[in-house]
Design a protein around this ligand. Structure first.
Ligand code: NAP
Length: 279
């Protein structure tokens, strides 16, 4: 049997289901490149097992780990040290240690900012439309607020959820959009962000109508597992478009910094993700 010394100190991502996670591929190729003695594993953990997992984690010398669905919210009641973004969002994706104590961070915020980086100034000056009102939309809104984006429009299939999100971010002065206003109308958008899960499956349609896209717009999709129809319709119109892999890679990179106090080889991680997904 191989020892921990041979494998490296374990770092886990926990979730349920977890078998489709890309994270071990991103982290392990990077740990190998810089020869850090860590090994990243995916572990299926049920809600009822969360406490036991944390007890084990506290006893090991692991620098932390990641949390994915469905535990991003429930972990917040089990670890008391939290960053401001975790307190506001009520969701975390990273566990790290400070002076021996487990702490929680939400590095999706950092990932989203890197995803939108080339258009941050444009976002501050123009109308931004965010599609979705789930966890990814909530993290995106927090990031947009931090970037100083003022003109935010929000659309979601279930209107009550959009309304609730608007109330959580009253400081951002968000305008809600009806289905009719999404299809066409008086408001034009320069940046459209898809934070819905429509596009995850092959054959999924775009949540934003093709007829509204023009070459001056920017389409940003948080979905990273394939080139979505949303991204395609922007590309077809000669508009700038980007899928969500960069967000995934940069949230991983920020977590890595919290664990190791060093910078990861982001290019290697990005290439590993692209190669695996065939993008
Ligand atoms: P979530 O909390 O389950 O929210 C899902 C959202 O998608 C809701 O707004 C839901 O609307 C909407 N939706 C689902 N099916 C739809 C449909 N057929 N038509 C229109 N809207 C639909 O999920 P999440 O955590 O926010 O994740 C959303 C997406 O972001 C996922 O695809 C995920 O892969 C991606 N993501 C990417 C990253 C990254 O690093 N790139 C990070 C996080 C998430 P209702 O409220 O009406 O149900």
């Amino acid at each position: 049997m191989r020892s921990v010394k041979e494998y490296g100190t374990p770092i886990w991502v926990i979730g349920n289901p977890i078998e489709h996670t890309l994270s071990p591929r991103l982290h392990n190729v990077a740990f190998d490149e810089v020869k850090l003695p860590f090994r990243y594993f995916a572990l299926e953990v049920e809600e009822a097992e969360l406490n036991s997992f944390l007890t084990i984690l506290r006893q090991l010398d692991s620098p932390g780990g990641n949390i994915t669905l469905p535990h991003k919210e429930s972990i917040c009641s089990l670890i008391q040290n939290k960053t401001d973004s975790v307190k506001k969002l009520g969701a975390a994706n990273t566990i790290y240690r400070r002076t021996g104590e487990l702490c929680l961070a939400n590095t999706d915020i950092h990932g989203f900012k890197k995803l939108i980086e080339p258009w941050q100034q444009m976002a501050r000056e123009e109308n931004v439309l965010l599609l979705g009102a789930g966890g990814a939309a909530r993290a995106s809104l927090y990031s947009l607020g931090q970037l100083g984006v003022k003109n935010i429009y929000l659309w979601n299939r279930t209107k009550e959820k959009a309304q609730k999100l608007r109330e959580e971010f009253l400081e951002l002065n968000i305008s809600l959009l009806s289905d009719k206003q999404l299809q066409g109308g008086e408001v034009n958008f320069q940046i459209v962000i898809n934070a819905t899960s429509l596009g995850l499956n092959p054959g999924d349609d775009s949540p934003f109508p093709k007829a509204r896209v023009n070459s001056k717009m920017v389409g940003i999709d948080l979905i990273y597992n394939r080139k979505t129809k949303f991204v395609r319709i922007f590309e077809e119109h000669g508009a700038a478009a980007r899928g969500g892999l960069r967000m995934l890679v940069y949230q991983a990179a920020r977590a890595w910094e919290l664990w190791t106090d060093s910078k990861p080889p982001v290019k290697t991680m990005l290439e590993a993700g692209k190669n695996y997904l065939g993008l």
